[in-house]
Design a protein around this ligand. Structure first.
Ligand code: NAD
Ligand code: MG
Length: 298
């Protein structure tokens, strides 16, 4: 039960298990169309003042992991700007309502991060509209599965690299100029950086790139007092998956291979993003935090 999230219980039984219905959606997919509904913490995440007064930009903040982070940050006391694709406005509207319900400021900044002008501009605009920027969560991602290497198109290869790597570079560069000492950048990598699947090998390659970039960036930015870390999820129940992130026939058993016998729900990863953004994480930089469902990362 979502509202029961913090009661001690067997985590394997806490959330829905496969089988799930097949549910194809066009890219980028909407959380509101998913069955069962993901738990992003809408009714279950409780804050305790860990980010009071912070100003954060979250890319891909409309759905999935980014939405769970947006809700958690607002409940911890942060004002939040969201980046997402214009097609995702219905999902974004729900998040904006939830942030405002906490009495926090929500800034909606739709656009396409594969466009350099938008990717750079959204970081600067978030800082302008929020009156500064303390936390940058670079989380937007593109993932499309193919039967084999032979089927991956140059077009999708390009889109994957532009979304997951070029945008990361552009935004990190802008963020590094704006964030104050005490600020934090959090990237989203993946277990795919360490255990790549053939169906998404070009995606896996970008996730390994995110790990390398995050570590190098951490080394440079600690000289300005800015910490940089990555979160590496395993299988999470988000719109990315039924919209082509997996071959559709894999959706009914999504997460079944995890030691938990189920996928993670976005709210189950949000606390790590809170830690990495907050002053409680004051000695943590250059790390990759796995939340993989027990696979470990190495
Ligand atoms: P999601 O689809 O809910 O979120 C991804 C978001 O990326 C979208 O909501 C969209 O707003 C944004 N995005 C994609 N292309 C964009 C573009 N061109 N311009 C602007 N925004 C764009 O799915 P999610 O699973 O929450 O994904 C969040 C991150 O987590 C991604 O980086 C993904 O690679 C990573 N991840 C997810 C899983 C998983 O199992 N769900 C596992 C490992 C890593
Ligand atoms: Mg989305």
């Amino acid at each position: 039960m979502a509202d029961d999230r913090l009661r001690m219980q067997d985590p394997r039984e806490q959330y829905p298990k496969p089988p799930f219905p097949e549910q194809p959606q066009p890219v980028p997919g909407l959380a509101r169309e998913m069955t069962p509904k993901p738990d992003h913490g809408e009714t279950s995440y409780k804050g305790s003042g860990k980010l009071v007064g912070r100003k954060a930009l979250i890319t891909g903040g409309d759905s999935g992991i980014g939405r769970a982070v947006a809700i958690a940050y607002a409940r911890e006391g942060a004002d939040v700007a969201l980046s997402y694709l214009p097609d995702e406005q219905p999902d974004a509207d729900e998040v904006i309502r939830l942030i405002e319900a906490e009495g926090r400021k929500a800034v909606a900044l739709p656009g396409d991060v594969t466009d350099e002008a938008y990717a750079r501009g959204v970081v600067r605009e978030a800082a302008e509209r929020l009156g500064g920027l303390d936390v940058l969560v670079i989380n937007a991602g593109h993932q499309q599965a193919y039967e084999s290497l032979d089927k991956i198109t140059t077009e999708d290869f390009d889109e994957t690299l532009r979304t997951n790597l070029y945008a990361l570079f552009w935004m990190a560069q802008e963020g590094a100029r704006l964030l104050p000492p005490g600020g934090a950048i959090v990237t989203t990598s993946s277990i795919q950086a360490y255990e790549p699947s053939t169906a998404i090998m070009h995606y896996a390659m970008t996730k390994a790139g995110i790990v390398a970039f995050t570590k190098a960036l951490a080394t440079e930015l600690i000289e300005k007092g800015i910490r940089v870390n990555s979160v590496a999820p395993g299988p999470f129940w988000t719109a990315l998956q039924p919209s082509g992130g997996q071959m559709q026939e894999k959706i009914p058993q999504f997460g079944a291979q995890s030691k938990f016998g189920r996928p993670g729900q976005p709210v189950e990863i949000a606390p790590v993003y809170v830690l990495l953004a907050s002053q409680e994480g004051s000695y943590i930089t250059g790390e990759v935090y796995g939340v993989t469902g027990g696979e470990g990362i190495a």
